[in-house]
Write a protein that binds this ligand. Structure first.
Ligand SMILES: Cc1cc2nc3c(=O)[nH]c(=O)nc-3n(C[C@H](O)[C@H](O)[C@H](O)COP(=O)(O)OP(=O)(O)OC[C@H]3O[C@@H](n4cnc5c(N)ncnc54)[C@H](O)[C@@H]3O)c2cc1C
Length: 525
């Protein structure tokens, strides 16, 4: 069997550079890794919100988070604020990384009694992350903070003590992120970067790709590889080399267009610690805080409004003129095969769903990691269809599940425009989503509901984020949630735990760092 000696990554966006860094970190040093990306084809780059998997990626490849943030202008994200989704004029916070698994494992490890209590009692922002979102603070105190800290279990975090239980996430400037990762990658041994545009490919007899050829190097100087990673964004240059169906989610998710723009900060701007997802007449507006500006955009359906009208609508909402930098048309959906022969794809080349919960970079990282951990061998047989089917099943289940989670946000009583009447229609619910809704009428959501028979239990957007939306959109019956807590005999204990948490918040209120101070004085330490 042939040994892999050359891996070729096509694309230099977030997917390309993260894949290249990850593969360099995890594969044998004798394997050469080449990245081909054309400077003439811009990356998507709209200001991206991530999940904790990006922090994990930085840790895995050995990039200190503080250094990364200083050089790229990234900010900490501890949640998403959903505004006007349930009712106009109302908002709810969806903190991330807040879940508190039941300490005595009863009724199950993943039963989050604290969260259930806050749903049952209609408490808002009853986790540290939620509290910090409300008060524009980050859940850190300086390591040398003189205050008596009554919470001895606090972890160290650079020059800070980190009060968080789990990792949180980052908001990225994807241009600067790409530049940073490229520099980092090119310092590694046995790597190469080629600035050129891939125009075609040549196949071996067994249909695997033998080489690609580029615009400047020409047809006579092809670049050979044993494994190709398609990270060419919406161009999907290599995945298209095979018969492969793109399964659209248009029947379930309406949005198909996005206008992206920058919003400058003023001297008075408070740098938010959350992504803002603000429902509008025909879609929703994202505002992603970087250290020096917002990356913003309107994601909508262009059969209900035109791009010009959408721009005017947003200018009215924000009370300022905007300059649209990108007008992106898209179809939410995924390929049926993300690994075919010796081509695997990650990032936009394999799938995309409207960016409501920062699932794209999350899935990009998971796709690569899952493949390397469970499917990669140096003597891989790229004609082994069973292996490919297994991986592709995992990926398609993951994406279908993400799609259901995004549809879940549209279960709203809002009916004020034709768009909202259409988006919230029951006909957009998949069978799996309907099943979940039915189960959750009788008992609260558990991890097992997301892994039923489809092997996607490596997919961890599930419990915490679904619960946030269940709470914010009032989907779960509060009486049922309370009854369940009482039946498990957890109600009184968790009530006390919640009071204890609120004492902790008093401590946090006095001692945690304000977002603006953090970026002004401390970031990069
Ligand atoms: C409107 C919108 C909002 C988004 N918001 C978020 C968010 O908040 N959170 C999130 O996680 N994700 C978000 N995403 C998705 C996110 O932008 C992508 O997952 C991420 O940027 C990775 O993109 P990519 O690297 O796959 O593609 P791209 O950034 O498009 O990069 C493609 C690369 O391929 C190169 N290339 C293409 N064709 C060729 C060729 N023939 N030869 C050589 N090189 C080629 C290009 O030069 C480029 O370097 C959003 C996407 C959109 C459209």
């Amino acid at each position: 069997m042939k040994r892999i000696k050359n891996i070729v990554v096509v694309g230099g966006g977030t997917a390309g550079w993260t894949a290249a860094c990850y593969l360099r970190d995890t594969t044998a040093p004798y394997i050469k890794i080449t990245v081909i990306a054309s400077k003439e084809i811009p990356i998507i780059g709209v200001g991206e919100s991530t999940t904790g998997l990006f922090n994990d990626f930085l840790k895995q490849v050995g990039i200190p988070e503080g250094v990364f943030m200083k050089e790229t202008g990234a900010t900490h994200k501890i949640g998403i604020q959903h505004r006007d989704w349930y009712k106009k004029g109302e908002h709810f916070n969806s903190p991330i990384g807040e879940s508190q698994h039941t300490p005595n494992s009863y009724p199950s490890d993943d039963y989050d009694a604290m969260k259930m209590f806050s749903i049952a009692e209609g408490l808002k922002d009853s986790s540290l992350q939620g509290f910090c979102m409300k008060h524009n603070k980050l859940p850190f105190v300086r390591a040398d903070h003189p205050a008596q800290n009554p919470y001895k279990q606090l972890m160290g975090y650079g020059g800070f003590k980190d009060l968080r239980k789990n990792n949180t996430a980052l908001h990225l400037d994807t241009y600067k992120t790409g530049q940073f990762l490229k520099k980092f990658f090119l310092k590694k041994p046995n790597v190469e970067y080629i600035d050129d545009e891939v125009l075609g490919y040549e196949k071996n007899e067994d249909e695997t790709i033998k080489s690609v050829w580029c615009k400047n190097k020409g047809h006579d100087n092809p670049i050979s590889g044993d494994l190709f990673v398609d990270c060419s964004g919406f161009k999907r240059i290599l995945l298209k080399a095979y018969k492969n169906n793109f399964k659209r989610y248009d029947d379930q998710l309406l949005n198909n267009r996005a206008l992206a723009f920058h919003l400058p900060y003023t001297d008075k701007t408070i740098i938010r610690n959350y992504t803002h997802a603000w429902a509008q007449k025909y879609g929703w507006l994202w505002m992603i805080p970087l250290q020096n500006r917002y990356g913003a955009g309107y994601c909508f359906n262009d059969t209900f409004t035109t791009a010009d009208e959408a721009k005017l609508e947003i200018e009215k909402v924000l009370k300022t003129k905007i300059e649209v930098q990108k007008d992106i048309k898209f179809h939410s959906g995924r390929f049926e095969k993300m690994w075919v022969k010796n081509v695997i794809s990650t990032g936009l080349s394999s799938a995309f769903i409207e960016p409501l919960e920062a699932t794209s970079i999350h899935a990009t990282l998971l796709q690569m990691k899952h493949w390397v951990r469970y499917f990669f061998t140096e003597t891989a047989d790229f004609n082994n269809e069973a292996l490919q089917t297994s991986y592709n099943d995992d990926m398609t289940n993951m994406w279908d599940s993400i799609k259901d989670f995004i549809v879940y946000h549209y279960i709203t009583p809002r009916k004020d425009t034709e768009y909202w009447r259409e988006a919230s229609s029951h006909k957009r619910w998949s069978l799996q989503l309907k099943e979940k809704l039915e189960m959750w009428q009788t008992r609260t959501p558990r991890q097992v509901d997301f892994a039923r028979g489809n092997r996607n239990d490596f997919y961890h957007i599930d419990d915490n984020l679904w619960l946030n939306i269940s709470q914010g959109m009032n989907i779960l019956d509060k009486d049922m949630v309370k009854r369940e807590l009482i039946e498990y005999n957890l109600y009184e204990g968790v009530k006390q735990q919640t009071q204890h948490a609120f004492q902790f918040f008093d401590y946090a209120q006095k001692n945690c760092v304000k977002t603006n101070d953090y970026y002004k004085y401390y970031v990069g330490q």
